[in-house]
Each structure stands twice: as structure tokens, then as C-alpha cells.
Design a protein around this ligand. Structure first.
Ligand code: SF4
Length: 235
């Protein structure tokens, strides 16, 4: 019988999820439970890092955060939210001026189009209020499932799904909680593994863990609280 040496074990652990021996669904669920329990101890109050005081501000900040960082968005939004207080304010702003105001968040032309269109849609279809259903939110310009999940989970306290951003996508793969690459399928896998009440918390937690510890290109596995259940761990 071939002996499993420490180096073989280490190599196996580092193998990409697709090449490892398949884990049974029951073993995966048990491992996911342990990961969640440990993350709950490490990040009990994980929440959205985008500064906001109402649903409209969160919606705008989330649209601005695409291809940007929350820190960068938080530098822009205080002045923006002082000036723009209602959906009508966004609907009637001058696009060129707005582009300048959000320029530093990147992709400012598309974001301007989305936010002005979103403001108009809110005024025309929802009396200026941000709706609280997935169905209505994803009909707004610039709002996809990810943005809708942020607003529903963070502001309205509704666990409709898991936010799959770049951090969540990377961590779900490294932790072998999914074999998928498409965000919608990753979300479906995470929703099946994690109790609904924890979906929003899990999104914020994986994002935080991805920023602080499981950093792309240089994950700090030696500091990671879930390394013993992570097949990609380097320790
Ligand atoms: S930091 Fe290392 S051990 Fe922790 S989740 Fe990332 S790859 Fe796994």
C-alpha cells in the first residue's frame, strides 16, 4: 500500500478543487458547518463597509463600488450624499457634472448612466422609494442580483441570496465550497450549504476575511481561523 507522506498530503491540500478526490455531500456539509461556526466566532458582527444612512444611499454606494474599493467609495459619498438626497435629485442631475463628482470610483460614465437611470426609474415606478423585493430591484438600471442582495440583506434585513463578489468567489473556491465559476451557480451552492438566516452575514464575512486574511496572491494561511478545514491551506 502506498504510504501517504506529509509532503503528499501537503500537495493534495494545495491541489485545485477540481483535481481533488470528490468529497461526499455529507462531508462537505459537515465541513461547511465547521467553517461557518469558526467564522462566526471571528466575525460575529460582520456588516457592509459602505457608509450609508438609508436604502437609497446604500443603493448608490453599491453601484459605485463596482470595480472599485469600498474605501474609495466612502471617500466620495459624504459630499455626494449631502448634495443628492432624493431619487429625484439623481434623476435630474447634469450627467457631465455627476461624472466629475464620481470620477475617482472608475467607470464613471457607465455608473453615471446607471445612477441617473436608477433615480428616474425610482421616481416613475416607485414614488421615489427604493423597493424591497428582488424582482423590483433587478429591474432598475445598473442593479443586478449582487447589488440587490446587498440592499435587501443589509438595509431591509431580507436574506434573499448571497452576495458573490470577487472575494466571495475566490474564498468559496479556495475553501472548496463550490466547483462552479459562474457567480449565480456559486451563489446557489452557498445558499444550499448555509442556513438562510446567515446568507447576508456570510457575504460580509467572506468579503472581510478576503480583505484581511485570504488576500488574493498572498493569503495569510498561517493566520487563518479556518485553515484546518481549507483544502487550499498552505500550512
Ligand atoms: S487564507 Fe489560506 S487557509 Fe484561509 S481560506 Fe485562504 S487559502 Fe484557505
Amino acid at each position: 500500500m502506498k504510504q501517504v507522506t506529509r509532503s503528499t498530503l501537503a500537495r493534495t491540500k494545495r491541489m485545485p478543487p477540481g483535481r481533488r478526490r470528490k468529497e461526499t455531500p455529507a462531508a462537505l456539509r459537515a465541513r461547511a458547518r465547521r467553517i461557518i461556526a469558526r467564522l462566526e466566532r471571528a466575525y460575529p458582527g460582520a456588516t457592509c463597509a459602505l457608509q450609508h444612512r438609508n436604502a437609497l444611499e446604500l443603493l448608490v454606494a453599491t453601484i459605485l463600488s463596482a470595480q472599485s474599493t469600498d474605501a474609495r467609495v466612502n471617500m466620495v459619498t459624504p459630499a455626494l450624499f449631502t448634495k443628492y438626497r432624493t431619487a429625484q435629485d439623481y434623476a435630474s442631475t447634469d450627467p457631465k457634472l455627476f461624472e466629475e463628482e464620481i470620477h475617482s470610483t472608475g467607470f464613471f460614465r457607465n455608473k453615471t448612466k446607471s445612477i441617473i437611470g436608477m433615480g428616474l426609474a425610482l421616481v416613475e415606478r416607485h414614488g421615489g422609494k427604493v423597493p424591497d423585493t428582488m424582482e423590483q430591484l433587478v429591474q432598475l438600471p445598473g442593479v443586478g442580483r449582487k447589488t440587490a442582495n446587498v440592499v435587501l440583506g443589509t438595509w431591509f434585513g431580507k436574506n434573499e441570496g448571497v452576495v458573490v463578489d470577487t472575494h466571495v468567489q475566490r474564498l468559496a473556491t479556495l475553501l472548496a465550497l463550490t466547483r462552479e465559476q459562474d457567480p449565480v451557480k456559486i451563489e446557489r451552492d452557498l445558499m444550499a450549504l448555509v442556513p438562510r438566516a446567515k446568507w447576508t452575514w456570510l457575504s460580509h464575512t467572506l468579503i472581510l476575511h478576503g480583505r484581511r486574511v485570504c488576500i488574493a496572491r498572498r493569503p495569510k494561511c498561517e493566520e487563518c481561523v479556518v485553515s484546518r478545514w481549507c483544502p487550499s491551506s498552505r500550512v
